[in-house]
Ligand binder design. Structure first.
Ligand SMILES: Cc1cc2nc3c(=O)[nH]c(=O)nc-3n(C[C@H](O)[C@H](O)[C@H](O)COP(=O)(O)O)c2cc1C
Ligand SMILES: Nc1ncnc2c1ncn2[C@@H]1O[C@H](COP(=O)(O)OP(=O)(O)OP(=O)(O)O)[C@@H](O)[C@H]1O
Length: 417
């Protein structure tokens, strides 16, 4: 897979590269946040059609997420996002690195990462698609049934189909909306920690119709596809990991660098890998979870690969995707993957004494050997979620917490060990 990074100029114009003098391309366009099963269906079709036509499969991926750029503009007098990356997109399910990994696995030839700006968003869909035909050699465009693009989202599927037929320049292939139909998600999504122990189910599933209607009204709920990143966010914000994973077609995971904690975990007998902010990916609601910890190697190596990729691609030139062997580390049989008891929260048992109230992600890895102290400081790790175990609790002291942790670890062992 080859990667190209493009940034529009101040007027929103992009200098698209010529991909090939001889081969046409099959293109899809979007943010692909989460790379959920709906996204995968669209990308798989893109790759299959490209093979059939002996063409190149191309994913045009927007970064930052269009919804984030427009949301920021709305709240800040129509300003562009600060270019220095100082405003983090905490709603993002998966960072670019995770998305590229998934697209590479799906066999995509080219990912073109387009920096999404307001000026670019202002271009008409006709102009945009004309450029894809002229520069990328697009002969087929693959989109989901409710996709829309261009200024004011005017380029609906109907309009794009009309353009395709009128010009004869490309063909539109629509992937029927996949999944279990539609559902409603509160606006805004308010993370809610389950009060009880054990796996969580979709809070909407058990509501009779009338109750659901009242709930929709009270929460200002908006209708979305069941297989949508918004729905996955809602499920994770309620601790319903299983349903979120079902839509993702994979385990939800976040990534970051391990830093030193307050060293209390070791004294408790449960040393944890503390993952520093900013965490790459959407953090489920506070609670204790069963899942996995994967060692992705020194963070410096990972950062170096990302920097090199940005440098090599900064002038619109393509370069080969390099996962640095992360795929082998991530394999379910990898020796660098351990079942883990994961905690997300403010450590209520200790935060009055420590004065630290920040939200922390930490994971205790079940290495199967008590003497096997894992030194993960400075490493990039991936934390994957399987199931909610219990809410965060303010214990009377370290002993009560310790007993509970032993119990939680047994639960993880029974589930995943
Ligand atoms: C599986 C797990 C569950 C946890 N549950 C709680 C909890 O319910 N309440 C709490 O105050 N802290 C909880 N913690 C956080 C511990 O307080 C924390 O790991 C300990 O203070 C060590 O922190 P340190 O790594 O910063 O030294 C949990 C930690 C783990 C690994
Ligand atoms: N459930 C689905 N079934 C079929 N196609 C989908 C589905 N979900 C998204 N797509 C398509 O995937 C492509 C990329 O979508 P994109 O990431 O831009 O945002 P989206 O459609 O808003 O997805 P989401 O709502 O999950 O964020 C689009 O063509 C979109 O229509």
């Amino acid at each position: 897979m080859k990667i190209i990074r493009l940034a529009p100029d101040e007027s929103g114009n992009i200098d698209w590269p010529l991909l090939s003098a001889s081969r046409k391309s099959v293109v899809t366009v979007g943010a692909f946040d989460g790379v959920h099963r709906g996204h995968r269906a669209v990308v798989k079709r893109t790759v299959a059609l490209a093979k059939q036509f002996d063409a190149l499969s191309v994913v045009i991926m927007f970064e930052p997420r269009p919804a984030f750029v427009h949301g920021y503009a709305k709240a800040h007098g129509n300003d562009e996002l600060p270019a220095d990356g100082s405003v983090a997109d905490t709603d993002q399910l998966t960072g670019v690195g995770q998305r590229l990994r998934a697209l590479n696995e799906l066999g995509v030839d080219y990912v073109i990462i387009v920096k999404y700006t307001l000026a670019f968003a202002d271009k008409s869909f006709r102009f945009f698609l004309g450029q894809l035909v002229g520069r990328l050699g697009m002969r087929t465009l693959v989109l989901g049934k409710d996709a829309s693009m261009g200024a004011g989202r005017a380029g609906t599927i109907d309009k794009i189909e009309t353009l395709a037929l009128a010009t004869g320049m490309f063909e539109l292939v629509v992937v029927d909306d996949e999944g279990r139909g539609r559902t409603r998600v509160p606006q805004p999504i308010v993370p809610t920690m389950p009060a009880t122990r054990g796996p969580v189910s979709d809070p909407r599933a058990a509501m009779p119709k009338a109750e659901r209607r009242a709930w929709s009204k009270a929460t200002n709920a908006r209708e979305v596809r069941d297989w949508s990143s918004t729905n996955v966010r809602f499920l994770l914000a309620n601790g319903d990991i299983e349903d979120a994973n079902d839509i993702l077609g994979d385990l939800h995971g976040v990534e970051g660098t391990v830093v030193h904690g307050e060293e209390r975990g070791r004294q408790l007998g449960f040393p944890t890998a503390n993952v520093a902010e900013p965490v790459d990916g959407y953090l489920p609601v506070d609670g204790v979870y069963a899942g996995w910890l994967v060692d992705l190697g020194p963070a410096a190596d990972y950062d170096e690969r990302v920097e090199r990729s940005k440098r090599e691609a900064s002038d619109g030139i393509s370069h080969q995707y390099d996962g640095g062997g992360i795929e082998a580390r991530l394999a379910m049989t990898s020796p660098l993957r351990w079942p883990a008891a994961i905690s997300i929260g403010t450590k209520p048992t200790f935060n009055d004494q420590s004065g630290r109230h920040e939200r922390v992600l930490e994971a205790y890895a079940l290495t199967g050997d008590d003497s096997d102290w894992l030194d993960l400081y400075g490493h990039r790790v991936r934390v994957e979620f399987e199931q909610f175990i219990r809410p965060q609790i303010e214990f009377d002291g370290p002993d009560a917490l310790k007993a509970e942790l032993a119990d939680n670890v047994r639960t993880v062992h029974d589930l995943l060990g």
